[in-house]
Design a protein. Structure first.
Length: 436
């Protein structure tokens, strides 16, 4: 494993606890090329089981889209997003191809079962209400992993290899795919790939809000307690605003902006609080979560939380917006798990140690979602794992502002980390590498 530093692309939309992800895979020189053209130039559909554990059971169509007309002579990149991300959506692939990859690749985005009406209906009872056991069965990550594999076989044939790129939860999904089907991946670019299994095993939590505001101004803790005590009905929404602030405010302004928001809450400054809620898309996220399609989001968020339930160290009596927001959002699934009616998906890392895949892990030293220490451990699972730690946050605002990400991405996926092209791209970003 080699330790370096990285940058990533600016995120435009994020959901409750994670920033959005895109997964791109472009085959490098020497990687097997695509064998089978898609159904048509803009994309196609693959029929997959509603439950891959029951392949003879009910099935539905899963759509993928292309950035440009498919060319079997070009390497193929899969753009992967998990259920709580919208980076991969209908009509988005041409712009992603142009901005991130250029015309040297087939760029493929799998829209995901959360966008398919048949999958949503399969998660509901006869009255159209959410059946949480059915929702878990249809939307857990093991199903998404096998969907990726189905599209790979459809486009590239049984033995064709892809390259993968993902961010945050989508990057985590890539590692879940690698743990099952990693022998079909040539290279994988995984940006801030939270891994709750490793983090919980190490006793790590990423929500350091309470300690951070206390270090900046100890009086803020008292102000926030008093504000929430005076307005208990606002607690859930105010904590969501504080939690989502992490995705929108640069690290250099984080403490100051947190303090301004907490003081506004203490002063019952409704105008400022509402402006922050709008800027951080809190109501938009709430509407998505409440929609039928939002059930898939909650299933994914439960998967982020489940490994911590029994293994995390006891908490202090502080206020932790990220953890509380997670816990409240996934309560129906936690209740099912407590009754033994659902079992969280396991992350079996044993196969990772035997892969030839080149896997790049991008970490932010100040990431509030994916603890960089867990990502050090994650990258060490791979014989050809590379770790890059940036002096930055989950959204890599500083790295993006200087424009290095695209060059690093293309050089890595095309030539590999040991190439002169990649070394040059990485060297250009050296000033942004985190040093202890």
């Amino acid at each position: 494993m080699r330790c370096r530093t990285i940058l990533s692309s600016t995120l435009r939309r994020v959901l409750p606890c994670l920033a959005i992800i895109a997964c791109l895979s472009s085959a490098p020189f020497g990687a097997p090329r695509a064998q089978v053209p898609p159904a048509h130039a803009s994309g196609g559909e693959v029929t997959v089981p509603l439950d891959h554990r029951s392949p003879a059971g009910p099935s539905a169509s899963l759509r993928y889209e292309l950035g440009a007309a498919f060319d079997a002579a070009k390497p193929t990149v899969f753009v992967i997003a998990d259920a709580q991300q919208f980076y991969v959506r209908a009509g988005a692939m041409p712009a992603l191809q142009a901005s991130l990859f250029g015309d040297g690749f087939n760029v493929v985005g799998i829209l995901g079962r959360a966008t398919g009406r048949s999958f949503v209906r399969a998660s509901q009872d006869a009255g159209g209400r959410t059946d949480w056991r059915a929702a878990w069965r249809v939307f857990n990550s093991a199903q998404w992993v096998e969907d990726i594999e189905a599209v790979r076989r459809h486009l590239l044939g049984e033995h064709g290899k892809v390259l993968l790129y993902g961010r945050s939860g989508g990057a985590f999904l890539i590692h879940q795919y690698l743990a099952v089907h990693g022998d079909h991946v040539e290279r994988a670019w995984t940006q801030t790939p939270l891994n709750p299994y490793i983090a919980a095993g190490l006793g790590l939590r990423t929500d350091h809000f309470w300690d951070e505001i206390g270090a900046y101004d100890p009086g803020l803790q008292t102000l926030l307690r008093q504000a929430l005590a005076r307005a208990p009905g606002e607690r859930a929404r105010w904590l969501r605003i504080l939690q989502r602030q992490n995705f929108f405010v640069p690290l250099a302004r984080r403490d100051e902006e947190r303090a301004r928001l907490i003081r506004a809450m203490a002063a019952d400054d409704t105008a400022m609080i509402e402006a922050a809620g709008k800027a951080y898309q809190v109501d938009e996220v709430a509407r998505m979560m409440a929609a039928p399609e939002g059930v898939a989001i909650l299933v994914r968020l439960y998967e982020f939380e489940a490994p911590f339930i029994d293994r995390a160290r006891p908490r202090d009596d502080g206020i932790h917006p990220g953890e509380e927001t997670f816990r409240d959002a996934v309560r129906p699934l936690r209740l099912l798990a407590e009754q033994g009616l659902i079992t969280p998906v396991r992350f079996d890392s044993a196969r990772l140690h035997r892969l030839d895949t080149e896997v790049l892990v991008l970490a932010g030293r100040h990431d509030h979602t994916a603890d960089y220490r867990a990502l050090i451990a994650l990258s060490a699972h791979y014989p050809h794992g590379l770790l890059f730690i940036a002096d930055d946050t989950h959204v890599f605002e500083a790295m993006n502002r200087q424009g290095h990400a695209t060059g690093m991405l293309r050089a890595f996926l095309t030539h590999g980390a040991d190439s002169a092209a990649y070394r040059a791209a990485e060297s250009a970003a050296d000033a942004l590498r985190w040093r202890e």
